[in-house]
Design a protein around this ligand. Sequence first.
Ligand code: GZL
Length: 318
Amino acid sequence: MSTQRRTVLAALVAAGLPLHKALAADKIVLGFAQVGAESEWRAANTQSVKDSAKEAGIELKFADAQQKQENQIKAIRAFIAQKVDVIAFSPVVATGFGPVLREAKAAKIPVILSDRSVDEKDDSLWVSFMGSDFTEEGRRAGRWLVEKMKGSKDTVNIVELQGTTGSAPAIERKKGFEEIISADPKFKIIRSQTGDFTRAKGKEVMEAFLKAEGKKINVLYAHNDDMAIGAIQAIEEAGLKPAKDITIISIDGVKGAFEAMMAGKLNVSVECSPLLGPQLMQAVKDLKAGKTIPKRIVTQEGVFPMEVAAKEFPNRKY
Ligand code: GZL
């Protein structure tokens, strides 16, 4: 317990507050509005936030928005009404949060964007954005494909499973990938549609791609592993060999992706770490201690092709 906290507690008890109330009075309260439970990545992110809050002795008020923006906004409003110390959330989509962020600012409650960002001009509405550089993840996916296809003059027909429409990862992973492959006209995205980051939708959309384009498809670029895993089922049910007849590139680096790579069904997964809990709790504590925190905290990540999957698998933490 910090000296400062000890002093505050002693003062509260000396003022007649029972110790258990003094301890509760001093506890930092964090309101966290989570996107939902749509993917393995999200489940690992939720676990990281909950475990880290417990570890840090921070009282966590947790809301699951079930991938609906109106639920996230409602949860943030409830946190404001409850006068939490800090609000953190991963915006399900990049627009439409301006009004509620202004309400939090008016209530003098600092907001931390965790994982995803918002497309708001006024960046005074949040104190920090911590999470991956999704555009760079898209570039890494594109660079891996360019390297794999170098030396070939043949057209490379790509189908793309986009993440949740309007979300920062979907917008930026598309942008980064296209930035890299657009340098060579042999790469053509022939179909692109959202699979909403879920296995079920990823399978459904891949079935439609296969029906429409069939053996013309050379590559699948999926914005997350869950959609890739769903698509792998569709590819197998169509009598094709995933990672051989169709090269598959995805993002996240969750356990399911490593298992698919070790089974020879996924070519590469670009890492996107969900383990943001420790950084978030440290930022919350620093904020409450009056320290300034960086406006942008970028997660460091790698790229894992199937050739290294078995060796790396024991090190995976999500
Ligand atoms: C990315 C995160 C995305 C993951 C998906 O940081 O927001 O949302 O890539 C998850 O798996 O659903």
